[in-house]
Design a protein around this ligand. Structure first.
Ligand SMILES: O=C(CO)COP(=O)(O)O
Length: 122
């Protein structure tokens, strides 16, 4: 599967912890991420990740465009609901694209865990 991983700054530590815990599973898939998230996943979780643009520079839109053409099978997007983002329209566009194309999109750690645990089950 092609999996997109994205985390806002306040959630990046949570993303690294989640990815580290599920690293054996994630290594079996093709991973992409927005720029800064991808850097953390490479450096701190030891994962091979394709890094796209940073979110505020269009990374969410890149992932949304791929997803809309069938190139993304699942999204883990740890959004920070306590911090407003300059690129809120891009974020909404990505989440909307997931709904339009019926692609699983976990926006918090609890849901991400359910998804990952289900994939780990096979
Ligand atoms: O802003 C983001 C998602 O909306 C994440 O971007 P970065 O991974 O570059 O911080």
């Amino acid at each position: 599967m092609n999996i997109a991983l994205i985390a806002h700054n306040g959630k990046k530590d949570d993303m690294v912890a989640l990815a580290t815990e599920f690293a054996p599973l994630l290594r079996q898939h093709t991973l992409m991420a927005t720029g800064t998230t991808g850097g953390r996943l490479q450096a701190d979780a030891g994962l091979a990740v394709e890094r796209l643009l940073s979110g505020p520079l269009g990374g969410d839109l890149q992932i949304g465009a791929r997803l809309s053409t069938g190139l993304v099978d699942a999204v883990i997007f740890l959004r920070d609901p306590m911090t407003s983002q300059p690129h809120e329209p891009d974020i909404n566009a990505l989440v909307r694209a997931c709904d339009v194309h019926n692609v699983p999109c976990a926006t918090n750690v609890a849901t991400a865990r359910l998804l990952l645990a289900e994939w780990a089950r096979g």
